[in-house]
Design a binder for this molecule. Structure first.
Ligand SMILES: [Zn+2]
Length: 172
């Protein structure tokens, strides 16, 4: 009987040691572990993330691309703000949207600090992500001469939610 007790104590001790040694391996759990841990991850609170459909997940998390001319906001011209579908951060203003006839919503500027640029591994394109949560948005191209800013953010509609200017929901 004593032997069994010792074994139990040993197991408990090793489990505890384990959990102390590798706190980083549990990044994906949604437990509010230590909210004081405000390291470099931009403070995105994953508990506020919108639940994504498989189609949304394919673009936003797996960096896929929606088919051209199929997106909800390709032709949208109403006044308002485009926010990140996953975390709700404001990304683009309707005043920066233009029709590039490319099949996806196009913007020649972003809300300052809202979009992160990441060069593709082969250097051919520059990926754009939500700076707050890292959601994939699309790609940014320069030097095409569409507008005076010479910049085109080619964004998947499915990565965005449009909030009309007359809505009070723009406040985050
Ligand atoms: Zn986001």
């Amino acid at each position: 009987m004593n032997y069994r007790l010792i074994t139990a104590v040993l197991i408990a001790a090793s489990l505890q040691a384990c959990s102390q040694q590798k706190p980083k391996s549990t990044d994906n759990n949604t437990k509010p572990t230590n909210t004081m841990d405000t390291t470099k991850h931009a403070g995105a609170d994953k508990s506020n993330y919108r639940k994504l459909t498989p189609e949304e997940k394919y673009v936003i998390e797996d960096k896929g691309t929606e088919a051209p001319f199929t997106g909800q906001y390709e032709k949208t011209t109403s006044k308002g703000t485009y926010v990140c579908k996953r975390c709700g951060a404001a990304l683009y203003r309707s005043s920066d949207k233009f029709d590039a006839h490319c099949g996806w919503p196009a913007f020649d500027d972003e809300i300052p600090g809202a979009v992160k640029r990441i060069p593709d591994a082969d250097g051919s394109r520059t990926e754009i992500e939500c700076a707050n949560c890292g959601a994939h948005l699309g790609h940014v191209f320069t030097g095409e001469g569409f507008t005076s800013k010479n910049t085109r953010h080619c964004v998947n509609s499915i990565s965005l939610v449009f909030v009309p200017a007359d809505s009070t929901a723009t406040k985050k």
